[in-house]
Write a protein that binds this ligand. Structure first.
Ligand SMILES: [Zn+2]
Length: 336
């Protein structure tokens, strides 16, 4: 596949917001609804230079560009992020040979990375897996990161106001900082088209599950994670018994680094039932209601739906432990 590229044409950072303008080859135009997007943080990040500010942009586009067989072009990047791109493209080529290609991340300058000592940060959704990770590493984790715009449209202001309040309250109870990271990238790129055209290469799971689900959110943390942590944790959604390589497989996630920060997946050794049982009393003690499923969130509503498979599996686990379902904030009668 030749003559395909996605180029970061310009990157402007004003206070807490990065705005990116893209250039891409004509044959990729149909994958983009528009040629610019923004990433907004809760604090000023403008002190960082281009090679750090471009990291979230590269992580948003890297796995997409591999899928499309397109080179990704930036002005400069730190060595860790550059090496991560090289490694995951190699892993994807090996795992998905029908889409094997020679696409690369191209950068005129590679900036040498420093090594850092610091605490851990956790990509935090508020769900069972994330809460289990938080409890397991409660003394190491100093900050939580939550991505806004991933599943619910950003113009649902009321939803996001309540969501931020709820997660902030949990963070405060546990004496952790929380950073909210907002981006319209998920509305700008045509993921439905990518999934439709390329699904056949990924054992017929969707693109997000096969490739993108961990890499993009992890990279979005970079500008606020730099100078704050040395390890970025992501909770496992699968167990060791799940052998297929996916976007959130530890083989992928633990290959990722940027600017001295190592990504590490945790909780892979436990299944969901074990995780629930391990954190149940801790949840109750701290009055934390886990976000079990996304069903309501996708509809712009809060809380657990109480009827989907995930809610059902969680309910059964609790009932077997002779617990009521108040911890999930939905009535028992929804499931029985
Ligand atoms: Zn549900």
């Amino acid at each position: 596949m030749v003559n395909r590229f996605i180029k970061v044409k310009s990157l402007v950072c004003i206070e807490n917001t990065i705005t990116v303008e893209l250039d891409f080859s004509r044959n990729l135009k149909r994958f983009f609804h528009q040629n610019s997007f923004y990433i907004r943080y809760g604090k000023d990040i403008s002190r960082h230079n281009y090679s750090i500010l471009v990291i979230p942009v590269v992580f948003c586009l890297d796995s997409i560009s591999w899928t499309l067989g397109a080179d990704l072009i930036v002005d400069s990047i730190d060595r860790d992020a550059f090496e991560s791109s090289r490694i995951i493209r190699k892993l994807f080529n090996k795992r998905y040979p029908s889409n094997e290609n020679n696409s690369v991340l191209r950068s005129e300058k590679i900036i040498e990375t420093r090594s850092v000592d610091g605490n851990s940060g956790l990509l935090f959704s508020g769900g069972i897996d994330a809460l289990h990770s938080l409890k397991t590493k409660i003394n190491d984790i100093s900050v939580l990161y939550n991505i806004l715009g991933l599943r619910v449209c950003l113009d649902n202001l009321e939803y996001y106001k309540n969501w931020k309040l709820k997660l902030s309250k949990t963070a405060k109870k546990l004496d952790k900082d929380i950073e909210f990271i907002e981006t319209n990238f998920f509305c700008v790129f045509n993921f439905a088209l990518l999934n439709g055209l390329y699904k056949k290469h990924f054992d017929y799971v969707n693109w997000d599950e096969a490739i993108g689900q961990a890499i993009i959110p992890l990279g979005l943390c970079a500008p606020v994670a730099v100078d704050s942590i040395s390890e970025l944790l992501i909770s496992s959604s699968f167990t060791e018994s799940y052998k297929e390589l996916r976007g959130a497989d530890p083989v992928i996630t633990d290959s990722l680094r940027f600017y001295g920060i190592q990504v590490k997946q945790i909780g892979y050794e436990y299944n969901r039932t074990e995780k629930i049982l391990q954190i149940l009393s801790w949840l109750k003690e701290n009055e934390i209601i886990p976000e079990v499923c996304n069903t309501n969130h996708v509809l712009g509503r809060e809380g657990n739906c109480g009827v989907c498979d995930k809610c059902a599996r969680t309910s059964v686990t609790l009932l077997l432990e002779d617990e009521n379902l108040e911890i999930l904030d939905y009535p028992l009668m929804n499931r029985i």
